[in-house]
Design a protein around this ligand. Structure first.
Ligand SMILES: NC(=O)c1ccc[n+]([C@@H]2O[C@H](COP(=O)([O-])OP(=O)(O)OC[C@H]3O[C@@H](n4cnc5c(N)ncnc54)[C@H](OP(=O)(O)O)[C@@H]3O)[C@@H](O)[C@H]2O)c1
Length: 282
């Protein structure tokens, strides 16, 4: 089924990136307080599908959520439920943005965590996100797209490239990540198929922060230097973060079942860094 008209809720980093790529989409900046607010948006725009790109990720970073529990739960748990309620009532497909950071550590399966594995979220942000997954996954006509550590050619404080290059001390870890261009592509296909269920929208394979930094120094800035590589445990112990971060690898069997592909992670990051370097020249 073709996604004729997409309504995007959430006028932030990733909502804007999707809207820029999809001419048929409407990007709403309306702040949602109730399911009724969403029903009114649906009545106004008459979309075939809704993308929920709204949420509370914490500013300047996710540690903010540790002391703003109610705001975090309102944005990441209550809001998706209100959007889902309105979409169910109006018979409109919903693609909700989740996070793969609900998994902490690595699966015994070397390919990574599957969509129906049980996550172990530790932080307020990840617990509030997983709470929405638990509720929304009980309903039909809803897709949940879990992404991780977005990597983009456009600079942004939320872009993993900009984050890693801004830190003098960087953790030496390996992760599944999501290249934003590929994510936009996958979301489009999920919206067109109106695919229900949970999807791990991460590029196949896993990549070390050290590999991303080395590629950056090769492609973008040979003068960049990391002062010190530290362990994931040192991040919290040294006071650089309040709460342990998720480092993990996911597999994407449910996307594979639909024949939806993403570029292998090393290829996609390299291509993204080339575009990132081109943009810096302008
Ligand atoms: N960025 C990442 O690293 C990452 C990783 C995994 C998953 N995700 C998920 O991806 C989604 C989008 O993230 P993002 O990076 O684009 O975050 P973002 O830039 O902060 O965008 C989220 C947007 O949602 C808006 N919002 C919050 N509450 C709302 C409400 N009640 N009604 C309408 N809009 C509301 C925010 O407005 P205000 O700015 O005014 O609060 C913001 O514009 C989130 O669900 C996030 O959990 C992000």
């Amino acid at each position: 089924m073709q996604a004729k008209k997409i309504l995007i809720i959430g006028n932030g980093f990733l909502g804007k990136r999707c809207a820029a790529a999809w001419p048929e989409a409407v990007l709403s900046d309306k702040i949602i307080h109730s399911a009724q607010d969403v029903e009114e948006l649906i009545d106004e725009h008459k979309p075939d599908s809704v993308l929920n790109a709204a949420g509370i990720v914490g500013k300047p970073n996710v540690d903010w959520c540790e002391t703003h529990q109610l705001e975090t739960i309102a944005g990441n748990t209550t809001l998706p439920i209100m959007i889902a309620e309105a979409c169910q009532k109006k018979g409109v497909y919903l693609l909700h943005m989740g996070t793969g950071c609900i998994f902490y550590g690595y699966s015994a399966d070397p390919k990574g965590w599957k969509e129906d594995d049980h996550p172990n979220p530790l932080a307020v942000y990840t617990r509030s996100k997983y709470a929405a997954d638990l509720v929304l996954s009980t309903m039909p006509n809803i897709g949940i797209a879990r992404i991780r550590m977005p990597v983009d050619y456009e600079p942004s404080p939320a872009n993993l490239i900009d984050k890693l290059m801004s830190f003098p001390r960087v953790i030496d870890v390996i992760n599944s990540i999501t290249v934003v261009e590929d994510m936009i592509n996958v979301f489009k296909q999920l919206l067109e198929k109106q695919a229900a269920g949970i999807f791990h929208v991460t590029n196949p394979g896993a990549i070390k922060h050290k590999e991303i930094v080395a590629m950056y120094e090769e492609i973008v800035d040979p003068n960049h230097k990391v002062e010190e590589w530290i362990s994931a445990q040192e991040l919290v112990a040294s006071g650089l973060a309040k709460k342990t971060r998720s480092n993990t690898i996911l597999q994407s069997g449910n996307l594979e079942k639909l024949g939806i592909q993403m570029r292998p992670v090393h290829e996609a990051v390299r291509e993204t860094l080339k575009k990132y370097a081109e943009l810096r020249k302008v």
